[in-house]
Design a protein around this ligand. Structure first.
Ligand code: GLN
Length: 493
């Protein structure tokens, strides 16, 4: 088998593990193959802020004492640049941290290395994970491998586009309001946003700490479950970590739907105004597929769904304002050394370091937290957040999982919302309510738009800690459909 065969580029982790076991290829050759994929294609796609050299990648994993038969032994993947990799630069795609080198591994990275994974580089993203298109990176704009005039979605656009283009078989992104599911739907990949607290946040740079979750993306449910198995489970280094134990979530993936599973179609999501008919039609097809597979289809409504985006807007900005206060040139950040007073040093450091989107969010955040306004904005948003969670919990009395869109339309052109930031903020309409409720969700592809041809997706949402059920349902769907096997031809080799 030639190493330049595209079948390596789009092979699943499961297949790559089998091929490594059969000694069709060595782990070093496989690593070189993927490093070479970046050399071939990333000048166009701009998914990576850095690809490390093979020797240092090997040495990094070897130094962590990987298990002999790790879940990801010899499998390369990429890490969003807001997650610490020891002794590697980590910038959050911001000028503010352009010279920062991480001094420890995020728990997720440490666990991945223990499972034998090779961490190949740093993925581009919107600055400090704030954005929906990957256009707010201070360094470069990642593009969509299906159509390079379109965005890959954000903020984890680099991680997701790299997986979609066959540059790596898996990657880590982070979710606060939809940042992995949303690009995943735009690029035709599969991903999971874990239950809040199921994956340690230790080593993830905080955006809105009460919502942030590291989230894996891959090309199949099976592979997503595999990466999730490596990183999930309790971590004493994260005070919000749940007590869930680590386990292998691929063990019970039989390919058959759990008997009698009840899937709730969220009618007021599928019928939301502005959703494109092609998205609805693709999701209807998925519903028919589930029905044929034996699922009980029910119809539910989430009355507070439409308040999600406004609530998220307030809470995410409030938490961002307080989290990003640490980037001041004293505790963190590239300091303005020319300033002659302390006040100027603070002001110049923050003015020069933050891009305009991040600066705007900090100002909005401080406003909604300020004396005289906090009760009206932050206080009320917290109340609505409780109502949103309550709606989901009520729905789970009737059904086991919910099925709803990820996004009302396929990927939009670069620059589409340059003059309309509100539209950009509304991109999270179907995703952020789930982050606000703290629930897990699995996003997967279910078709294509016709003109232009772009991937479309849907998501399955479950109760707290129901990732295993979501994987079973999603994996069964992928045994009956082949949307997840489609790849952008331009990057076939
Ligand atoms: N688009 C959302 C935002 O800009 C979500 C980002 C995220 O999930 N990190 O806040």
């Amino acid at each position: 088998m030639s190493l330049s065969s595209p079948s390596f580029a789009f092979a699943t982790i499961k297949e790559l593990k089998e091929r490594l076991a059969r000694r069709e290829i060595s782990s070093r050759e496989l690593l070189d193959f993927f490093i070479n994929r970046f050399a071939q294609h990333d000048a166009q796609l701009k998914t990576a802020l850095e690809v490390f050299d093979a020797e240092s990648i090997f040495a990094d994993t070897a130094a962590t004492q990987p298990a002999a038969q790790g879940l990801l032994s010899g499998i390369p993947g990429m890490i969003k640049d807001n997650i610490c990799q020891k002794n590697r630069r980590m910038t959050c795609a911001s000028k503010m941290l352009k010279n920062y080198t991480a001094i420890y591994d995020a728990t997720a990275c440490e666990r991945l290395k223990q499972e034998g994974a090779f961490l190949i580089g740093r993925a581009n993203c919107d600055e400090f994970a704030m954005g929906s298109s990957c256009e707010y990176s201070a360094f470069q704009k990642t593009v969509n491998p299906w159509d390079v005039s379109r965005v890959p979605g954000g903020s984890s656009g680099g991680s997701v586009a790299a997986v979609a283009a066959g540059l790596v078989p898996w990657a880590l992104g982070s979710e606060t309001g939809g940042s992995v599911r949303f690009p995943s739907a735009f690029c035709g990949t599969t991903c999971v946003k874990p239950t809040y607290g199921h994956v340690s946040r230790s080593g993830l740079v905080a955006y809105a700490s009460s919502l942030d979750q590291i989230s894996p993306v891959a090309r199949t449910v099976y592979d997503t479950a595999l990466v999730f198995s490596a990183i999930a489970g309790n971590d004493p280094k994260d005070s919000s970590s749940l007590s869930a134990a680590q386990k292998d979530y691929t063990k019970n993936l039989t390919g058959v739907l759990p008997a009698g599973v009840r899937i709730g179609i969220v009618d007021n999501a599928l019928g939301a105004s502005g959703i494109e008919p092609e998205v609805v039609a693709a999701i209807q097809q998925a519903i028919v597929a589930f029905e044929k597979m034996g699922a009980q289809i029910k119809h539910v409504s989430l009355p507070t769904l439409e308040y999600g985006a406004a609530t998220y807007f307030i809470l995410s900005r409030a938490e961002a304002a307080s989290n990003l206060a640490r980037f001041d040139g004293v505790r963190y950040a590239t300091r303005d050394k020319a300033a002659s007073t302390l006040r100027d040093m603070y002001c110049n450091t923050r003015h020069d370091g933050f891009g305009s989107e991040v600066a705007t969010r900090i100002m909005v955040g401080n406003y909604v937290l300020s004396a005289g306004h906090a009760k009206d904005y932050y206080g009320n948003a917290k109340k609505v957040q409780n109502m949103i969670r309550h709606d989901f919990i009520s729905a789970f009395k009737e059904v086991d999982v919910l099925l709803m869109p990820v996004h009302p339309a396929p990927a939009f052109p670069l620059g589409a919302f340059d003059l309309d930031k509100l539209q950009m903020d509304l991109q999270d309409f179907f995703t952020c309510p789930i982050n606000l409720a703290g629930l897990p969700a699995l996003a997967l592809p279910c078709g294509f738009s016709k003109k232009p041809v772009l991937p479309l997706g849907f998501q399955l949402v479950g109760p707290d800690l129901s990732e295993e059920l979501l994987f079973q349902v999603g994996h069964a769907y992928q045994q009956q459909t082949d949307w997840h096997t489609c790849h952008p031809l331009a990057f076939a080799e």
